[in-house]
Design a protein. Structure first.
Length: 196
C-alpha cells in the first residue's frame, strides 16, 4: 500500500504530540486497549473485555492471550499501567478521567483494575477515544519515560513495524508486517452502508 500524507511525520512518539500524522504512525506500530465500532461505541481491542462493579466505580480489564511486542516480549499489565499514566498526562480527555481515578492496579500480568472516585459514564469512551493523543500501549521501558520528552525507540505490538533502514526521513516511511501481531479473532464487521 502506498499513501501520500499531507506533511512530514513530526515525531515517532504519538503521545508527545497531538499531530494527526504521529497518531497515524502510532496506529500502525502500537495497539490500543479498546477500539470503537462503526457506531462509535467502545469495543475490546487488546483486552478480552471488561466488567464493571455493581457500584459502577471499578472497571476490571483482562488482556487477550498472545499479545507480544516486536522484541518478542509479552505485553503485560506492567506495560499497560504506565502507558495509561503517560497518555493521561498528555491527553485532555485523559486528564479529565485521571482526575476521577482513585487507583489503577494490576491484579496479575493480564488483569488490571481502574477504580474511580465517583461514577463517570464516559470512562470507557475516553479510554477508547481516537482523538490525539490516543491511548497507545507501549513497553514499560518507553511508557515510564517523562511524557514531555519524546521517546526514541519504537517497539510496539501493532500490525506493522517501522522499517528504519528503508525509511528516509522527510521523504518516505516504510512499514513491514509485524509477524507477532495478533488481530482479534472475531470476523470483521461489515462497514456501514454509504449514505449519499
Amino acid at each position: 500500500m502506498r499513501a501520500v500524507l499531507e506533511g512530514d511525520l513530526p515525531t515517532y512518539d504519538p503521545i508527545w504530540t497531538t499531530a494527526n500524522l504521529a497518531s497515524y504512525h502510532g496506529a500502525m506500530v502500537y495497539d490500543t486497549l479498546l477500539g470503537v465500532d462503526a457506531a462509535g461505541q467502545p469495543r475490546p481491542q487488546m483486552v478480552k473485555g471488561w466488567t464493571i462493579s455493581a457500584d459502577k466505580l471499578t472497571y476490571t480489564f483482562q488482556l487477550r492471550d498472545g499479545l507480544r511486542f516486536t522484541d518478542n516480549t509479552e505485553v503485560t499489565t506492567a506495560d499497560v499501567l504506565p502507558s495509561i499514566e503517560r497518555w493521561s498526562a498528555r491527553s485532555g480527555s485523559g486528564q479529565l478521567l485521571a482526575e476521577r481515578i482513585r487507583s489503577i492496579a494490576a491484579k496479575n500480568d493480564t488483569t488490571f483494575t481502574i477504580t474511580l472516585r465517583e461514577r463517570f459514564p464516559l470512562a470507557l469512551d475516553i479510554l477508547a477515544s481516537t482523538s490525539t493523543p490516543a491511548l497507545y500501549v507501549m513497553r514499560r521501558r518507553e511508557a515510564e519515560c517523562d511524557p514531555v520528552q519524546k521517546i526514541d525507540r519504537i517497539v510496539g505490538s501493532g500490525p506493522f513495524i517501522l522499517n528504519e533502514g528503508a525509511t528516509r526521513l522527510g521523504e518516505h516511511y516504510v512499514y513491514d508486517r509485524n509477524p507477532n501481531y495478533r488481530p482479534r479473532p472475531e470476523p470483521r464487521a461489515a462497514p456501514p452502508a454509504a449514505r449519499w
